[in-house]
Ligand binder design. Sequence first.
Ligand SMILES: Nc1ncnc2c1ncn2[C@@H]1O[C@H](COP(=O)(O)OP(=O)(O)OP(=O)(O)O)[C@@H](O)[C@H]1O
Ligand SMILES: [Mg+2]
Length: 322
Amino acid sequence: MVLLGVETSCDETAAAVVTEDGRILSNVVSSQAELHARFGGVVPEVASRRHLELVAPVVQGALAEAGTSLDGIDAVAVTRGPGLIGALLVGISAAKAIAWSRGLPLIPVDHLHGHVASLYLQPDDVEPPFLCLLASGGHTLLLDVQDRTGFTVLGSTLDDAAGEAFDKGARLLGLGYPGGAAIDRLAREGDPEAYRFPVARVQGLDFSFSGLKTALLYAVRDLSTEELEARRADLAASYQRAIVRALVGRATEAAEQSGHSRIAVVGGVAANSELRAALPGAALAPLPLCTDNAAMIASAARYATAVPFPEYLALDAYATAA
Ligand SMILES: Nc1ncnc2c1ncn2[C@@H]1O[C@H](COP(=O)(O)OP(=O)(O)OP(=O)(O)O)[C@@H](O)[C@H]1O
Ligand SMILES: [Mg+2]
C-alpha cells in the first residue's frame, strides 16, 4: 500500500508519498515563513490563501518526485487538526477531492500523532514504548507512548509553547521570525552562563515559559543599542540554555515517573542542536522531519482508522487538541 500525505495545519504546505512499511518516496515542503516574516508571525487568512495556491503544485511535486501518479496511490492521509481552521480546510478539501475522484479511502490524522509518527519512518524506525517530548511552535507535551496508534498526555505547558518561547525570544533579540533556528545559530557564539535566566518550576509534569520571556525582555530593555549588539550572542545562548534545561529536566523526570527507560524528542524544537546534544541517549526525530511535513502525517495514517469511500465528504477540521 502507498499513501499520499497532505499537511496544511499552519504555514507549511506539504505533501509526501510513503509506503506502508515506512519508506519515504518523496517529501515536499513549501514553507510560507518568508511571507509571514514581515508580520512577525503567521497571519491565518494569508496562510489559507497561500495554501490554496500551493496545495496542487506541492501534491504534483510529491507524486513526481516519488516517480508515480495518482494511479500508484492507495489511500490519502490528511491532517485534520489541531491547527488554523482555514489552513486545515484547504488541505482537507484537497485530500477529499483527490480521494473521492479516485474512489480511495481517506485517513484523517491528528497533527500531534503525526509529529510522534516522524519516529516510525525508515531507516531509523523507533519501536514504542517510550516517553516522548513533543516540542513545537504550538505545543510542549510529555507523552506516554505505549504503541503506534496514539499516546497519553502526562504534561503540557501552562502558557507558551517551547517553540513560541524561542520565537518570542528571537523577536526581542531582533532576529526575525521564525526565530528558533536563528537563536540556535547565534547561541553557538555566546556564553550560555552569561545570564542566569529563571527556569520556572511548576507542579507536576507541566512547563511554563512566560516568566523566562519576561526575564529576557527586562535584560534587553536595560541595554543600549550598542550593548545589545555586543551581548546578543550571550543572551541567545543563556536563553536557549534555560529552555533546554527545562525541557531536559522535565522529560527526564517524566521518564522516571512513568517507568520509561527511553526518551524520544519530536517537533520543530527537536531540531535544536543544544537539546539534541543534551539528550545523547534519546531517539531524536530526523532533522528534516522535526518541523511540519507530510511524511509524518502519512506515517501516522498507517496506524489510524481509514474512512472508506465515499463516507468522508462531511469530514470536518478541528482547531484545538481533542
Ligand atoms: N533549531 C531550532 N531550535 C529551536 N527551535 C526551533 C529550531 N528549528 C525550528 N524551531 C522552532 O520550531 C517551531 C516550529 O515547529 P513545528 O513546525 O513543529 O511547529 P508548528 O507546527 O507551528 O506547531 P504545532 O506542531 O504545535 O502545531 C518554531 O517555533 C521554530 O522556532
Ligand atoms: Mg507542527
